[in-house]
Write a protein that binds this ligand. Structure first.
Ligand code: ATP
Ligand code: MG
Length: 410
């Protein structure tokens, strides 16, 4: 037992786990890159006020999940719990509202939430995300949904469900919230204490409750989707038609609520039933009011975020890819083996050799364990053999042409 362990809710990523992560990032970059998204990196921490304002004081994230502390200068700092508010801050700070709109950005990195740790739920976790800022077109809603759908499916995640809803305009949502509050008050005695306590603050979260009688009440509650009208209804109909045309299947879920306060109109979430309790793989929505709330000009925008750890859990046993292609086995000629390893690496071929003083037999075993496709056996008499580790086939090769031989074999 080690004296120190990673803090509760955090984890180490070990070398054999990195390949799958790198594959998720590379695939994401390719898919969003084809649609014109450029990568952005923002700091791991921000002024607390950015999240209080940008995520919403009434949200669980701000009320109980933030890692907030005072820095040496007495400023209140928060480890970023999500990426949208920081990206919007950066958009304004760097005058991106003066660029051609929309500005399309994607990100990947660590996020921090003080939550009860369990499988798929950590205190430091990683997300990929995309934000398209500066257009209210329903084409953009469809684009971002299709991108996340393509990434998740392209990574081999099946048993996915896309839940889709619309929150309408802020005004419609406010009117609806009043209606919902009244409905909740009329059924107050059947509601869980938590939901009752939040009737004023955040009545929509009542749809999220797992309290049985509350769920019963909510089954009969009015939904925002039923109240959509005018341009909000048209916008949603267009988004749906575009998704239908693209062959992206979805389920309408009028009870969809997400943990961030700034959403309006389109809202979506991908669930994977491979994941058990933490079934949400990723989601997002439109946040046309956020940039203005952060002090910028009125700017429509939409985005999503997906959890990398949940993606990995949902992917079917990703194959770790060994990056060592050739393992050099030699009886006595360590310097010659080392020189060959360096030559191979310089030629862009992953190569390694025994560094633990193993016997010839031990080195062959190590070659196998390394995942290398080929072993080069340097004999004491100066000759060399190339062994295909898959088939076990072995043949003599010209010692001066080993790099070419390995390249030809791959
Ligand atoms: P949940 O309902 O599971 O708490 P959320 O609505 O809080 O998710 P978002 O804020 O939308 O999640 O974050 C987007 C994605 O990030 C989630 O779908 C999930 O894959 C991932 N995620 C969120 N919180 C965590 C966490 N604590 N640990 C690991 N992944 C997380
Ligand atoms: Mg959450």
């Amino acid at each position: 037992m080690a004296s120190f362990q990673a803090p509760k809710g955090t984890f180490d990523v070990l070398p054999e786990q990195e390949a799958a992560r790198a594959a998720v990032l590379a695939y994401t970059e390719r898919v969003v890159g084809l649609a014109g998204y450029g990568r952005i990196e923002t700091p791991m921490f921000e002024d607390t006020a950015l999240f209080a304002r940008g995520v919403g004081e009434a949200t669980d994230i701000v009320r109980k999940e933030m890692f907030t502390f005072e820095d040496g200068g007495g400023r209140s700092i928060t480890l970023r719990p999500e990426g949208t508010a920081p990206v919007c801050r950066a958009y304004l700070e760097h005058g991106m509202h003066r660029l051609a709109q929309p500005v399309k950005l994607w990100y990947a990195g660590s996020f921090f939430r003080y939550e009860r740790p369990q499988e798929g739920r950590y205190r430091q976790f990683n997300q990929i995300g995309a934000e398209a800022i500066g257009s209210g077109s329903p084409l953009l809603d469809a684009e971002v949904v299709i991108l996340l759908d393509g990434i998740l499916r392209g990574l081999g995640i099946d048993r996915l469900k896309l839940k889709l809803s619309s929150l309408g305009s802020t005004a419609a949502r406010m009117a609806y919230r009043d209606e919902l509050r009244e409905y909740l008050r009329a059924h107050e005695s059947d509601l869980s204490e938590e939901v009752r306590a939040r009737i004023d603050l955040n009545p929509m979260r009542a749809f999220d409750s797992d309290h049985e009688r509350t769920r019963g009440v909510m089954a009969g509650a009015p939904t925002l989707l039923e109240r959509l009208e005018g341009e909000d209804a048209e916008h949603f109909a267009e988004v749906r038609a575009l998704l239908d045309a693209a062959g992206v299947a979805y389920e309408l879920d009028p009870t969809l609520v997400r943990g961030l306060d700034y959403y309006n109109r389109t809202l979506f979430e991908f669930d994977c039933d491979r994941l058990g309790a933490q079934s949400g793989v990723g989601g997002g929505g439109r946040y046309d009011g956020l940039i203005e709330m952060l002090g910028g000009p009125a700017t429509p925008a939409i985005g999503w975020a997906a959890g990398i750890e949940r993606i990995l859990l949902a992917m079917e046993a990703p194959q770790p890819q060994g990056s060592v292609e050739a393992f050099i086995v030699s009886a006595e000629q360590r310097e010659r083996a080392f020189a060959l390893v360096l030559e191979l690496r310089a030629a862009g071929i992953g190569a390694d050799l025994d560094l633990a003083g193993r016997s010839f037999k031990g080195q062959m075993k190590q070659a196998d364990r390394s995942g290398a496709r080929a072993a080069v056996i340097l004999e004491a008499d100066g000759t060399a053999k190339l062994r295909d580790m898959g088939s076990g086939e072995q043949r003599e090769v010209d010692p001066a042409r080993i790099v070419d031989e390995i390249r030809a074999a791959s």
